[in-house]
Design a protein around this ligand. Structure first.
Ligand SMILES: Nc1ncnc2c1ncn2[C@@H]1O[C@H](COP(=O)(O)OP(=O)(O)OP(=O)(O)O)[C@@H](O)[C@H]1O
Ligand SMILES: O=P(O)(O)OC[C@H]1O[C@H](OP(=O)(O)OP(=O)(O)O)[C@H](O)[C@@H]1O
Ligand SMILES: [Mg+2]
Length: 283
C-alpha cells in the first residue's frame, strides 16, 4: 500500500481529490478521519496541513505527497519532485506600496519585509546581494505595509487582486509555482510500482484535459481540404457512409483552437458536427 499526504483543507484540497477521483481512485471523504484507505486502489490518504507535507514525505511518514512547489521549496526537505500537476498556479513575489519609487532590488536594502516564506526570500536576497530585515508572519501578509509593520512583503500572488486592494505593487517575481507530486527517495520496489500505476492514470487524465472528440459528416470532394485543417493525434479516422458521396471524420481537438477550427470546417461543408468530452487519453 502506498501512502499519499494531501492537504486536509484549503486551496489544494478540491483539485487534489478531483484528480484522484478522475483517476478512478475511490477515497471515502472522511471529514474527521485523517487516514483513509482507497476501496479500489492500493493507496491510503493522509490528510495534513500543507506545511507538514514536505517533511512527512522526506522522512517516510508518507511515501508521496501533493503540495505547492512554493511550500516544498520553503521547507528545504529532501524529496524527489515526480511531476507537475498544472493546478494551484501562483507565484511568489516581492510587493511594495504603490506610491513607492522602485529603482530595482537595491530599494530593498535595509528594508523590513514581511513574509511566510523566509527561506525562499533569504535565498533571493542573498543572490542579489541585498541585506534586509525578514519579518516572519503566518498570514495576512499583505496588510503589513499598511499598518506600519513592514516596508514591503513577499507572498503568493495569483490574480494580483489582494495586492491591489492593499495598495501594493508587484516588483520582483521570485518563483512560479504549481501543485506537484513529491516522493520519498527510498521507496521500495513495490511502492514504486504502485506509484507508476497511479502516474499512468494521472497522465491519461491530464492528456484528456481541454480536449474534445469530434465527429462530422464530410462531402468526399472536400475530404483532403478538411483533413488539412485538423491537427489530430496522428491522422483523423475516416469512415465510409451509406451515401457514397459522404464520409464520417473523427478526430481530437484542443479546446483552445476549437471554435476557430469548427468555423473553418463548417465553411468547408462539414455537417452534423458532434462534440463530446474525453475522459482519458493514453498516447
Ligand atoms: N490565490 C492562489 N491562487 C493559486 N494558488 C494558490 C493561491 N493561494 C495559494 N495557492 C497555492 O495553494 C497552496 C495552499 O494554499 P492555502 O491557502 O490553502 O494554504 P494554507 O493556508 O497554508 O493551508 P494549510 O491550512 O494546509 O496550512 C499554496 O501553498 C499555494 O501553492
Ligand atoms: O493574487 P490573488 O488572486 O489575490 O491571490 C493571492 C492571495 O491568495 C492567497 O490567499 P487566500 O485567498 O488563500 O487567503 P488566505 O490569506 O486566508 O490564505 C495568498 O495568500 C494571497 O493572499
Ligand atoms: Mg499552510
Amino acid at each position: 500500500m502506498l501512502r499519499i499526504a494531501v492537504q486536509s483543507k484549503g486551496r489544494l484540497f478540491d483539485d487534489t481529490m478531483n484528480l484522484l477521483s478522475e483517476a478512478d481512485i475511490k477515497i471515502r471523504a472522511g471529514k474527521r478521519t485523517l487516514l483513509v484507505e482507497s476501496s479500489n486502489f492500493p493507496l491510503e490518504v493522509l490528510y495534513l496541513r500543507d506545511d507538514d507535507i514536505p517533511q512527512s514525505v522526506a522522512t517516510g511518514v508518507a511515501d508521496i505527497g501533493i503540495v505547492g512547489e512554493n511550500e516544498y521549496a520553503e521547507r528545504c526537505e529532501d524529496a524527489e519532485v515526480i511531476c507537475r500537476l498544472g493546478f494551484s498556479k501562483c507565484r511568489l513575489s516581492v510587493a511594495i506600496p504603490k506610491e513607492a519609487g522602485y529603482n530595482g532590488t537595491v530599494w530593498l536594502n535595509g528594508k523590513k519585509i514581511a513574509t511566510s516564506y523566509p527561506n525562499i526570500l533569504r535565498g533571493f536576497l542573498n543572490r542579489k546581494g541585498i541585506t534586509a530585515d525578514i519579518h516572519v508572519i503566518t498570514g495576512s501578509v499583505e496588510i503589513s505595509p499598511g499598518i506600519g509593520l513592514a516596508d514591503g512583503i513577499f507572498d503568493i500572488v495569483s490574480s494580483g487582486s489582494t495586492l491591489v486592494s492593499n495598495n501594493l505593487k508587484e516588483v520582483e517575481t521570485v518563483m512560479e509555482s504549481e501543485a506537484v507530486i513529491i516522493a520519498n527517495r527510498n521507496l521500495s520496489e513495490e511502492k514504486r510500482h504502485i506509484l507508476q500505476d497511479m502516474l499512468f492514470r494521472i497522465e491519461a487524465v491530464k492528456n484528456a484535459e481541454d480536449k474534445k472528440y469530434i465527429r462530422m459528416n464530410v462531402p468526399k470532394s472536400r475530404l483532403q481540404d478538411i483533413i488539412g485543417v485538423l491537427p489530430g493525434l496522428k491522422s483523423p479516422t475516416v469512415i465510409p457512409l451509406a451515401d457514397d458521396g459522404w464520409c464520417s471524420v473523427h478526430t481530437v481537438l484542443d479546446q483552445k483552437r476549437f471554435w476557430e477550427i469548427i468555423g473553418r470546417l463548417k465553411e468547408m461543408g462539414a455537417q452534423g458536427i458532434l462534440v463530446t468530452p474525453i475522459e482519458k487519453m493514453i498516447l
